[in-house]
Design a protein around this ligand. Structure first.
Ligand SMILES: Cc1ncc(COP(=O)(O)O)c(C=O)c1O
Length: 510
């Protein structure tokens, strides 16, 4: 497809791409029923990120100019429009050979989740057994307290009053909420069990906050880069995303202040400790500043804490919510990294009328989280085993963090820089010069290592171009080998264009 993009233009590339294709469809230059190139191939052809193409296709679909057919691609026209040329091949008995896919092609797809879709498309060819994946951001399953939870699960079934398995309260198990309120006190947050809502993972918590507080056209201010699923959640609400830069002390609140002033966002989403993907932790001073900004501008701050327990050098600073005087900060906590992701338990801590609305939202979405899992989790968290397990996991992950940093120092070519995470599972590699994240990702795959494609973590592309490396779930030897492979791939990329090396500083851009 012959498309010219103006890279020096202020208009984002995805909008340029969208308007070019839209104009050609409207003029009849691209006929109804035409299958558009796949996201991956068009991104490669144009030298843009997968997200850019996925966002452009999403915008075309939202206007009804194209439709996505499950498993087959993106076609010009609505689902009821002319079918693609290859869709009518008949079998010997006069049936359409693709009846099933034609039927599915007529389903309108309302979901807007370009990053998740791009991630799935990208990782599909990467499932080779010999490939080392540093893309996961997941805890090590060998550390999961499976036996303890199994025992507690059986105990709950054996000794609890069966009514505890009845349709329950959307807000969640009182015992678990009381444990969380006590945990909150230990990190400086004043909360009662009534201020806690149990969710099915913290991802659901983000979604509940978004569906309760964010509507079409609202601005959401967030770190760039940040957790890709949160970006898709906010975008699927019709929000406009504004990135705030991150440096080694977390999100730049000086820039945030100016952006809040200018855009009046409905929500500020931040991961202040173990920031995903950079691993940086926001300074105490910036936390206080953000809490003050929220109060001054009456904006809600959504504070996402997945694993501040895994802080490796000293103590994690107090939560932003600890500085919240007016109920402006909504605190979200996950038990996926610290206990087991498969339990799907997280929570929201909020004050005031917002909590009642969030409980309604939970009720609408899935009514309540499994009481059996909540009960077993509460017993585990209250047992002396939990702090012991946490300490063991922290030591293991700290060693892996140190190993990853050492291996990067030893193997990475000049020009590539990386963050030194003080907490969490991830670090961010900044690529030199004009090397794109997609090029670096593909080169890694050729060498037998998969990383997180940096563009997926960005509210907008381009820069900063980078890759995410997750170090928590790999034994140290595998981690080192993965980093060696990636270093080889990046060295080859840099060699190909030697003029392109300049060392980026780790301050991401807006
Ligand atoms: C920053 C961040 N927030 C939230 C989540 C969602 O976690 P869960 O739904 O498993 O609690 C993740 C998952 O990786 C994450 O990285």
């Amino acid at each position: 497809m012959d498309i010219q993009l103006r890279r020096d233009d202020d208009t984002p590339l995805y909008r340029q791409l969208h308007s070019t294709i839209a104009a050609r469809i409207r003029s009849g230059d691209i006929a109804t029923g035409t299958r558009l190139p796949s996201v991956r191939s068009l991104a490669r052809h144009l030298g843009v990120s997968l997200i850019t193409v996925a966002q452009a296709y999403d915008a075309l679909a939202a206007e009804g100019l194209v439709h996505a057919a499950v498993g087959r691609g993106t076609f010009v026209g609505g689902p009821g429009g002319a079918a693609p040329a290859d869709a009518h091949a008949a079998d010997g008995q006069g049936h359409s050979a693709s009846t099933e896919s034609e039927w599915q092609a007529s389903i309108p797809i309302y979901l807007r989740a370009p990053r998740i879709a791009a991630m799935h498309a990208m990782l599909r060819p990467c499932r080779r057994p010999e490939l080392i994946s540093l893309a996961g951001g997941t805890p090590d399953p060998t550390l999961f307290p499976v036996r303890a939870l199994g025992r507690l699960w059986h105990r709950a079934m054996a000794v609890e009053d069966p009514r505890f398995l009845q349709y329950g309260t959307p807000q969640g198990d009182h015992n678990l909420r009381a444990w969380i309120a006590a945990y909150c006190a230990s990190i400086g947050i004043a909360a009662r069990p009534e201020d806690v809502l149990i969710t099915s993972g913290s991802q659901q918590a983000i979604d509940l906050v978004a569906r309760t507080l964010v509507g079409p056209g609202d601005y959401v201010l967030l770190e760039s880069p940040t957790f890709p699923t949160a970006l898709d959640i906010f975008e699927s609400r019709g929000a406009k995303l504004i990135g705030m830069p991150v440096d080694t002390s977390g999100a730049r609140t000086d820039v945030a202040a100016a952006l809040i002033d200018r855009f009046r966002p409905r929500l500020v989403y931040t991961i202040p400790t173990a920031q995903n993907p950079t691993g940086s932790t926001m300074s105490e001073e910036r936390r206080r500043r953000l809490a003050v900004l929220a109060r001054q501008h009456n904006v809600v701050v959504l504070e996402d804490d997945t694993c501040s327990e895994f802080t490796y050098d000293g103590e994690a600073p107090q939560a932003i919510k600890a500085h919240d005087a007016g109920g402006h900060v909504v605190f979200v906590k996950s038990f996926s990294k610290t206990v087991i992701p498969g339990l799907r338990v997280g929570c929201i801590v909020a004050h005031g009328a917002i909590m009642a609305r969030l409980v309604d939202a939970k009720s609408v979405v899935d009514r309540f989280t499994s009481p059996l899992i909540q009960r077993a989790l509460w017993r585990y968290l209250s047992s002396p085993q939990y702090p012991r397990d946490l300490e063991k996991a922290r030591d293991t992950y700290r060693r892996r963090r140190d190993t990853a940093i050492r291996a990067l120092g030893e193997w990475m070519p000049a020009g590539v820089t990386w963050t030194h995470p003080d907490a969490g599972f991830n670090l961010w590699i900044s690529l030199p010069g004009q090397i794109t994240a997609s090029e670096a990702f593909e080169e890694g795959i050729r060498e037998g290592v998969a990383c997180g494609l940096g563009d997926l973590f960005l509210p907008h592309t381009p820069p900063p171009a980078g890759l995410r490396i997750s170090f928590a779930d790999k034994p140290e030897a595998v981690l080192v080998e993965g980093i060696r492979r990636l270093s080889r791939g990046l060295a080859r990329l840099i060699e190909r264009e030697p003029g392109r090396v300049d060392e980026p500083e780790f301050v991401t851009s807006v």
